[in-house]
Ligand binder design. Structure first.
Ligand SMILES: C=C(O[C@@H]1C=C(C(=O)O)C=C[C@H]1O)C(=O)O
Length: 268
């Protein structure tokens, strides 16, 4: 009520702080229990024969985040939820086996490092590299993730056509509220459809992006150009396309292909 005396309505600071202390103790107990489960997850993956593979499961992470964001909340914003859980997940991954981040940010190095930390948390070691090839090579070592900026004079993403094991699995940032897509994350992981994805497709087709988009559109494929360097174009297609998709097989370009897929931003 506009005419209510706020001093009368306000609870005492001591009472609010006592409740915060109680909540913190409960949160810590749950965070501790969650962190302790990492070794059981690792043991289960070992038993399933996946012990020598990178533990990261991008599809599972997206499913659990979308489920949390769909739950009723009164005050916690999506950015708070996503940052906390990315931190918890990154810590879990770092306990399951090797996990390291290799950033090539070009002229956007600080921003790329920030996006990498938002996505993978503070637990994994992170280094910045001078060349995109170095970040890609590091992403091919066990537990390696490469975070590479899209704004670039080098079409580093074109190299992934020759290396199908190395897949784009995330577009950064993962929340639209954190700004436009400026970097991609790559690793030797399995990329699965999550129900709302963008597929990254490279082509050397000449001509304008608009003409290529129109040709794709006639086959029901909708996408946007997100990078173009030295005769190669990178498109983000709406939906999940397998590497062998017949619509993409007849799409323009002599050298073309899918280099991975990422969930659409979590907050749209
Ligand atoms: C725990 C797992 O391993 C990783 C950590 C996750 C988590 O902390 O929730 C989720 C997916 C994986 O990237 C899992 O595969 O379930």
């Amino acid at each position: 009520m506009a005419d209510a005396d706020p001093k009368l309505a306000a609870p005492s600071l001591d009472a609010v702080r006592a409740r915060l202390d109680e909540i913190d103790a409960n949160l810590l107990a749950l965070v501790d229990e969650r962190a302790g489960l990492a070794k059981h997850v690792a043991a289960a993956k070992q038993a399933a024969g996946d012990g020598d593979k990178f533990a990261l499961r991008p599809g599972r992470e997206t499913a659990l985040l979308r489920r949390l964001l769909a739950k009723e909340r009164t005050a916690a914003r999506p950015s708070l939820v996503v940052r906390i859980w990315r931190e918890l997940i990154g810590d879990s991954l770092s306990r399951q086996g090797p996990f390291h981040i290799n950033v090539w940010g070009g002229k956007e190095s600080a921003r790329s490092v920030e996006l990498a930390r938002h996505r993978f948390g503070a637990a994994p070691p992170l280094r910045t590299l001078a060349k995109p090839e170095e970040a890609l090579a590091a992403a091919k070592t066990l537990g390696g993730v490469g975070v590479l900026a899209l704004a670039s004079d080098t079409p580093w993403w074109g190299r992934l056509l020759a290396d199908p094991k190395l897949q784009v699995f995330a577009a950064l940032p993962c929340l639209a509220a954190w700004g436009p897509m400026t970097a991609l994350a790559v690793a030797e992981v399995e990329v699965e459809p999550t129900g709302d994805d963008r597929t990254f497709w490279v082509t050397d087709a000449p001509g304008s992006a608009a003409a290529i988009e129109e040709t794709l559109g006639r086959d029901g494929v909708v996408g946007d150009l997100i990078a173009e360097v030295g005769g190669l174009k990178l498109f983000a297609l709406i939906g999940f396309y397998q590497a062998g998709d017949e619509r993409l097989a007849r799409a323009p370009g002599r050298l073309s292909g899918v280099i991975g897929a990422a969930p659409a931003p979590l907050d749209v």
